[in-house]
Design a protein around this ligand. Structure first.
Ligand code: ZN
Length: 418
């Protein structure tokens, strides 16, 4: 099994080298019909900004595509080298109760993967800092890393405990019962996200600029969004990028505007961003995505259970893992991660379609395409984003349409509504 691992590792290295070479050297020339239009980055970025955004995007893409299979490699490593089995044995020797054993196992597994992924995470942070996007101090960054570690460890403990319990009780149909339980659990996580998880990282409050707040709430009123659903978040001491988003579910559903967005955009631009987020809110994009996710996890968990049986039946003895033992958890995590990667082009495409919808909604509401285009220009400059990414990057990474397409879409749409 160890030989197999090193074989896979060499394939990974070859992939990492060729993928980075491709991403660093690939040129995606702007299609002819965009050149010189307001979607052309050279019309709204100076030469230096353009170079910086191009380099920064390349680094980010390389880090993304190298990091992703690295997670799969970690799962294989802990299985093939007996670490997962060792962690499970230790946990069983130290404590008697199954839930406490699961906690200990998850902490050991998470600590191992945290340590081996630390260099690449730290590198990603330094790249972002070097290009002036992140301005977060190391201490603050480290604090966020540790918060993430514990949040993920708590969630994984619950998931692992429940899955293994169901597998031992319902070895054939475990995927179905897991899916049933995953629905309230996902709803619960979405519900507490804005009020329990997010405040661990950032500070949320009512919009500070009272004049601007009035304008924003007036707009919200038009779409029947209650005033207490609009929040500002303190991001200015961490990043130079601009953003806004919709989050939560039920009584915790809310629109959040980064303070950097409120500071650096003018009134009309802020109102366009707000109208766009209201589009997501009003068009029920979050609940729709949730339904999609639940449907996809029905198929995903079924497929996972099939692959899981095949792997345990064929390699269980060699790997010294049993069907219902926590030591086999990395197999399930590996399959789930591979499946979600395989589904990401679809979920990204749906997300991009929703972005277009929200953009059109915002134009209908504000009737201000100039402010929309100016906003996209500023978002691209401040965030050093790649206006026209390579296709593979768009397919796997872009939850939002590239700016070239978004700007053109806004202009074409506003022409039809005139
Ligand atoms: Zn959006």
């Amino acid at each position: 099994m160890r030989k197999l691992f090193w074989g896979i590792f060499i394939i990974y290295l070859l992939y990492a080298v060729s993928m980075s070479t491709y991403l660093f050297t690939v040129n995606t020339p702007l299609p002819e019909h965009y050149v010189g239009t307001e979607a052309d980055p050279l019309t709204f970025m100076d030469e230096e900004q353009y170079q910086l955004s191009s380099q920064f995007s390349k680094w980010r893409n390389v880090i993304y595509f190298i990091n992703l299979p690295f997670e799969w490699l970690i799962y294989l490593f802990v299985l093939f080298f007996g670490l997962s089995q060792l962690f499970a044995r230790w946990s069983e020797q130290v404590i008697r109760f199954r839930f406490l054993q699961t906690i200990l196992y998850v902490i050991l597994l998470s600590t191992f993967s945290w340590i081996v992924t630390f260099p690449i995470n730290y590198f990603s942070y330094t790249v972002s800092k070097k290009y002036g996007i992140s301005i977060q101090a190391f201490q603050s960054w480290m604090k966020d890393q540790l918060i993430t570690f514990w949040v993920e460890a708590i969630i994984l403990t619950i998931v692992a405990y429940v899955i293994m319990l169901i597998i031992s009780k319902r070895p054939k149909k475990w995927w179905f019962y897991t899916w049933l339980l995953s629905i309230p659990f996902t709803l619960f996580l979405m519900f507490i996200q804005p009020v329990v998880i997010d405040p661990l990282y950032h500070e949320f409050y009512q919009i500070k600029d009272k004049e601007l707040e009035q304008e924003i709430l007036l707009l919200a009123k038009e779409a029947d969004i209650p005033a207490d659903r609009v929040y500002e978040v303190n991001m200015a001491d961490k990043t130079n990028a601009l953003n806004a988003y919709v989050t939560g579910i039920g009584s915790n559903l809310r629109i959040v505007l980064w303070d950097t967005t409120l500071e650096r955009l003018n009134k009309e631009e802020v109102l366009f961003v707000m109208a766009h987020e209201m589009g997501h809110y009003d068009l029920n994009h979050l609940p729709l995505l949730l339904i999609g996710m639940i449907a996809a996890s029905f198929v995903g968990l079924y497929v996972t259970s099939k692959f899981y049986s095949i792997i345990i039946n064929n390699f269980g003895k060699q790997l010294k893992v049993k069907y219902d033992n926590i030591a086999a958890l990395p197999i399930i995590l590996l399959i789930l991660s591979l499946l979600s990667f395989a589904a990401s082009p679809v979920s990204n495409a749906i997300s991009r379609a929703y972005e277009y919808q929200a953009d059109r909604y915002a134009i209908d509401l504000t009737n201000d395409p100039d402010a929309a285009v100016a906003t996209f220009h500023k978002l691209s400059v401040e965030g050093l984003s790649d206006v026209n990414p390579p296709t593979i990057v768009k397919i796997f990474r872009y939850t939002h349409p590239p700016m070239v397409e978004r700007i053109t879409h806004i202009r074409e749409y506003s022409k039809t509504t005139e």
